[in-house]
Design a protein around this ligand. Structure first.
Ligand SMILES: [Zn+2]
Length: 446
């Protein structure tokens, strides 16, 4: 199958930040087979026009590598807009509600979240939640690329049969089942250093090395987490993790809001990537992670939405824009983090963080055809002097015209090609009644 996309403003996001305007791209099966300037009536392009199975006129839209969402919780759509302004929401609402969330609800939520992400041009996401094997089924059906890890936490979990650390118990079977899948990469996902024991964290690293899978963890996110590790060990959580050899595995560190200078060297030394979720962090008033310093220390950084209860919107346009606003204000410098750098974090940067930089995150011949086309016919997209600036400051999810994952077109003309949005929404609503009843009960007791 050959798909010939022409007349596009191609931003390859490769090392040289090569652009073609107008440019073309040829998808052959799951890979990018050709890319270059669309020079009009050349013999080669004429030949492609005839030989391709499908020809798409991008109408001068912006063609980029699919966005990479380095951190989310796709099972949490039911929590969206619940207690957004409430102090200590995690303990008051989220943990009690999660205690008996059902597999059917998580499945419906996961499909809904993946649909929302695809429609926003996200082609890869990295997830930590419960019922992760069911989430993998849903991801497989949607055709999206995903890193999936069951939460490892020192408390009972909804699918854990009363066991703490169920995520460790189920991991070997889960990993064996999904390892080798073309799009799904199983991983381990310890919740955080302060919700795990030293033994469980060390068991995670041991298992990750044994099965050669990555590990995602929330770290240096909470002020109380920082205080706890300072009191107990006289260390930052990152120093503590280094001390117990946690970083021997391939680690994706989420948040790192309160990471200090001494932590950056540790992250760099161990090749730890940071999933930066600026919207969730600032909404919860947790702070702004020192990304400038991390990049200076050569720590890979990507952007993440966090879960829909934390970041609300599952798109990276909102992340890119908030990132720009927060960093520029925080540093009192409008020239810091130019738009090009921010688009890079949302694409190539994310691929680096997730260990996928040899297959996605750039439009390069031989890479996976994970591609997003953003139209520029809508009123908010005109004029465009700088396409990166348009993506960061003007564009939003509703401008995403088409999306491919591994060469499969999953979004066309702003709609899912394989599923009905209405059916996805109805499926979720049908599963929400018991959840809604429990929300009402908790809020009554407040
Ligand atoms: Zn999270």
């Amino acid at each position: 199958m050959k798909t010939f996309i022409r007349n596009a403003w191609v931003l390859t996001m490769d090392e040289q930040m090569t652009e073609y305007h107008p440019g073309y791209l040829l998808i052959e099966n799951d890979k990018i087979a050709e890319i270059g300037p669309d020079e009009g009536p050349s013999l080669h392009l004429k030949d492609l026009l005839h030989s391709a199975d499908q020809v798409i006129d991008a109408e001068d839209g912006i063609l980029i590598p699919g966005f990479i969402n380095t951190h989310t919780h796709v099972g949490m759509i039911p929590f969206r807009s619940l207690g957004d302004d409430m102090k200590d929401r995690l303990r008051k609402l989220l943990f009690p509600l999660e205690a008996d969330i059902s597999e059917d609800l998580v499945r419906a939520s996961a499909q809904y979240a993946m649909a929302e992400m695809l429609l926003a041009g996200i082609t890869t996401f990295s997830d930590m939640y419960y019922f992760e094997d069911a989430i993998a089924d849903e991801a497989d059906a949607m055709g999206v690329r995903a890193l999936l890890g069951e939460t490892v936490i020192g408390q009972e979990t909804p699918d854990g049969d009363g066991h703490a650390y169920y995520g460790l118990k189920m991991a070997p079977a889960f990993i064996k089942k999904w390892q080798g899948h073309p799009l799904i990469q199983p991983m381990l996902a310890p919740h955080a250093p302060n919700t795990n024991s030293k033994e469980s964290l060390q068991a995670v690293t041991k298992m990750a090395l044994e099965y050669d899978v990555p590990v995602m963890i929330h770290v240096s996110e909470m002020d109380y987490e920082m205080a706890e590790f300072q009191d107990k060990y006289g260390q930052t959580p990152i120093e503590y993790l280094a001390d117990i050899n946690f970083f021997d595995a391939k680690i994706i560190a989420t948040h790192c809001i309160h990471a200090k200078n001494k932590d950056f060297d540790i992250l760099h030394k161990h090749g730890v990537g940071v999933a930066h979720c600026i919207v969730a962090n600032t909404k919860a008033a947790k702070g702004v992670a020192p990304i400038k310093d991390m990049l200076t220390a050569n720590v890979p950084v990507g952007l993440g939405t966090d879960g829909p209860s934390s970041g609300n919107r599952l798109d990276l346009f909102t992340q890119m824009r908030t990132f720009a606003y927060a960093k520029k204000t925080y540093n009192q410098d409008r020239s810091i983090f130019p738009a090009k750098t921010i688009v890079n974090l949302a694409t190539r940067g994310g691929a680096n963080v997730l260990g996928l930089s040899d297959k996605v995150g750039q439009l390069i011949i031989g890479y996976q055809a994970d591609i997003t086309l953003i139209e520029r016919k809508s009123l908010n997209m005109h004029p465009i002097f700088d396409p990166y600036s348009a993506l960061v400051y003007s564009a939003e999810a509703s401008n995403v015209e088409a999306v491919w994952v591994a060469g499969q077109q999953l979004v066309a003309h702003k709609q899912l090609t394989r599923f009905s949005e209405a059916a996805i929404s109805q499926r979720l609503q049908a599963q929400m009644a018991p959840f809604n009843a429990k929300v009402a009960e908790i809020l009554r007791q407040e």
